[in-house]
Ligand binder design. Structure first.
Ligand code: RIB
Ligand code: CA
Length: 313
């Protein structure tokens, strides 16, 4: 089977960084067309800087990295320095990037790539707020039918929210963008908190990263050592939840995940539940299914894959 042609849309973010590294380490399954950056965990100038830091850490300076939307479609930007630190990539001490940003805007790159490749060829992998994706769909509606699928990290049902009682951060930051994406008709695979909160970097898993004794392995161990504080304190978790690498791992081995094809709609009216993914997991409505919403993960298999692949960089 040929590798998936993908665009990673991202707001690095330590977990985004690990997702990008996993993609860069997996050329048999993933042909990374480019990375498009969006404001989210930290402002756009930092997410677009951090994406390049990660590419240089992996020694992949030929990756095209674009800057995109610097704020949500209809709300003020909410960031997450309380989770990811001031730089968005706190933990390891990594050098500023030398590689430049690619010329042009991320939204235009997404449109151009979808128009260039045959319909059903390009997969979009959003790891942050969906602003770039929704803006591309609004600017060029013709591309929606050309997208092979969207595999995204976002939302939650049994887990509730992580930024409000009902909303997960990526969806909460730009609920209007999420609404556009979930109503786009594009096939969607969702990695919600229900799954990502089971992908925890326990001490033994962190030790396995460090035991690689490579700059990548040590950097990932230091990133997750930093990034775990928020979830350990809030949830009493055993370690950092690797939210975004679930997206990349799905493309490499979808059998690591199980879920249901259900209806998912986004709250965009009530401030109380703004950004909630209203997932009809139990099929109690007659709303048409529009997303494959994951509910479980083979966590040991996930970390075995991740560690094996990071060892390649
Ligand atoms: O809620 C977790 C998500 O929000 C992850 O993608 C993390 O990187 C942040 O963007
Ligand atoms: Ca992210």
């Amino acid at each position: 089977m040929p590798p998936h042609k993908i665009i990673i849309d991202t707001d690095p973010g330590q977990d985004d960084a690990v997702a990008i590294l996993l993609a860069l380490a997996s050329p048999e399954e993933i042909d990374l067309l480019g990375i498009t950056c969006v404001a989210g965990n930290v402002p756009l100038d930092l997410t677009s800087k951090n994406a390049r830091i990660v590419c240089e850490l992996a020694g992949k300076t030929n990756v095209k990295v674009f800057a995109g939307c610097d704020r949500p479609m209809g709300r003020d930007l909410v960031t997450a320095e309380h989770v990811h630190g001031k730089t968005g990539l706190d933990g390891p001490n990594l050098p500023d990037p030398v590689m430049p940003l690619a010329q042009g805007d991320a939204v235009d790159f997404i449109i151009e790539q979808l128009r260039e490749f045959a319909p059903g060829t390009v997969t979009l992998c959003p790891l942050g707020p969906l602003t770039n994706i929704a803006t591309a769909f609004e600017k060029a509606p013709d591309i929606k039918k050309r997208v092979a699928k969207i595999v995204l990290m976002g939302g939650g049902y049994f887990e509730g929210g992580n930024i409000t009682p009902t909303a997960e951060f990526n969806i909460y930051v730009d609920p209007h963008a999420a609404d556009i994406v979930f109503k786009s008709g594009v096939p969607i695979v969702v990695m919600p908190l229900d799954v990502t909160h089971k992908a925890l970097v326990t001490k033994s898993r962190n030790d396995a990263f460090r035991a690689l004794q490579t700059s990548v392995g040590i950097a990932v161990a230091e990133m997750t050592d930093f990034f775990e504080r928020f979830d350990k304190e809030k949830y009493g978790s055993e370690g950092a939840p690797l939210h975004d690498p679930c997206v990349t791992a799905y493309l490499i081995n979808p059998d690591l995940f199980t879920g249901r094809h259900i209806n998912v709609e986004i709250e965009t009216q009530s401030e109380l539940t703004m950004g909630m993914t209203v997932a009809d997991w139990w099929g109690v409505t007659d709303r048409a299914p529009n997303a494959t919403f994951m509910g479980d993960i083979d966590a040991d298999g996930f970390f075995d894959l991740l560690t094996d692949r990071l060892a390649r960089l």
